[in-house]
Ligand binder design. Structure first.
Ligand SMILES: NC(=O)c1ccc[n+]([C@@H]2O[C@H](COP(=O)([O-])OP(=O)(O)OC[C@H]3O[C@@H](n4cnc5c(N)ncnc54)[C@H](O)[C@@H]3O)[C@@H](O)[C@H]2O)c1
Length: 320
């Protein structure tokens, strides 16, 4: 029997690389990576007007970054701008922008390029949650969830990625969710849009690696519920396993993941176990685990965040 040398070479190279990267990741678990310096980097945060976006703005202001803050909520964004300045931000530029509107994203992106410069760290954070069971979700809110939580990422990346690729320097950050890796009842539109955001960011990461733009980094963030108000009323049956996370803590972890150029960040760590279990146990066992953790009932008292939802402009049937 003749042995195809090409096959043996391919397998050896693949195994060698897998072993190398496995040992490298083990090493980084013991010796933390050196953190990159973001002073002077142009950081754009969508959904900066409250919650996580606001906390991220404060952190990056302290690190000496130039901040570009986008939100549909002008009032909230202006407040974040003041807080960023109070926390050492010398150059902070707020823009009112509805990320779900393609034309508006491209128009405001042009303005940012002219007035501030090329964005080097793009944090796709803006998000909405309808908070209704599937058959009760109005059609336009299904569309809105996808437009804000996922499709807007296509427009912002189209606007700012070319300059990052040209310079082979930049960082794309996708704020997905635990609902972007596990379906959650009562969150079908939100969860599906967060899976989409995750899939888009991960695909782009592989695409950038393939074309050797390895200095354009990617970070994908999947947190459990955070106390920002977005999921007001949601509870955790066993907080020691799945706690409702503090927004300051989550922001700190995200900034750290960006500085260490981590590709994935799941919070809390217990989520990694759920992900592994999801691949190997039966769906009934997964449901039993969900019931035990109270995931099946955590949405019962959730009513959705009205403010952000009300501010959405009417785009149903208008986007192309
Ligand atoms: N809160 C949680 O439990 C939780 C958990 C996992 C992931 N996340 C994700 O984290 C991100 C931040 O959420 P948060 O908890 O800070 O909620 P939040 O409601 O406090 O912040 C979301 C921000 O996005 C803005 N926004 C909404 N629609 C917009 C639009 N069309 N254009 C521009 N801005 C818009 C809102 O005005 C708001 O300031 C979201 O993507 C959310 O899905 C939140």
């Amino acid at each position: 029997m003749s042995i195809n040398m090409d096959v043996i070479t391919d397998i050896s190279v693949a195994l060698g690389k897998i072993l190398y990267y496995f040992l490298e990741s083990l090493l980084y678990k013991i010796i933390p990576k050196t953190k990159k310096n973001v002073a002077g980097e142009i950081v754009l945060i969508t959904g900066a007007g409250s919650g996580l976006g606001r906390q991220l703005a404060i952190h990056f202001a302290r690190l000496g970054a130039i901040l570009v803050l986008w939100d549909i909520n002008q009032e909230g964004n202006t407040e974040t701008c003041s807080l960023a300045k109070e926390n050492g931000g010398e150059k902070v530029f707020p823009y009112t922008c509805d990320c779900s509107n393609r034309q508006e994203v491209y128009r405001v992106a042009d303005q940012v390029r002219k007035e501030v410069g090329d964005v080097t760290i793009l944090i796709n954070n803006a998000g909405i949650a309808t908070g209704k069971f599937f058959l009760d979700i109005p059609d336009h809110m299904v569309e809105k969830s996808f437009l804000v939580n996922a499709i807007s990422h296509f427009w912002t990346c189209k606007a700012f990625l070319p300059a990052m690729i040209k310079a082979n320097h930049g960082h794309l950050v996708c704020i997905s969710s635990i609902a972007g890796v596990c379906g959650i009842n009562g969150l079908s539109d939100y969860s599906a849009s967060k899976f989409a955001a995750f899939g888009f960011a991960e695909s782009l990461f592989f695409e950038l690696t393939m074309v050797k733009k390895t200095e354009v980094k990617t970070t994908i963030v999947c947190p459990h519920f955070i106390n920002t108000g977005m999921f007001e009323g949601c509870t955790s049956k066993y907080p020691f396993l799945l706690p409702i996370l503090e927004q300051e803590y989550v922001a700190k972890k995200i900034v750290n993941a960006i500085l260490e150029e981590q590709v994935y960040l799941m919070m809390p760590k217990f989520l990694y176990i759920i992900l592994i279990l999801k691949q190997i146990i039966s769906p009934k066992m997964l449901m039993a685990l969900g019931e035990y953790l109270g995931v099946d009932t955590c949405m019962v008292s959730f009513k959705g965040r009205k403010k952000a939802n009300e501010l959405q402009t009417e785009t149903e049937g208008k986007h192309q």
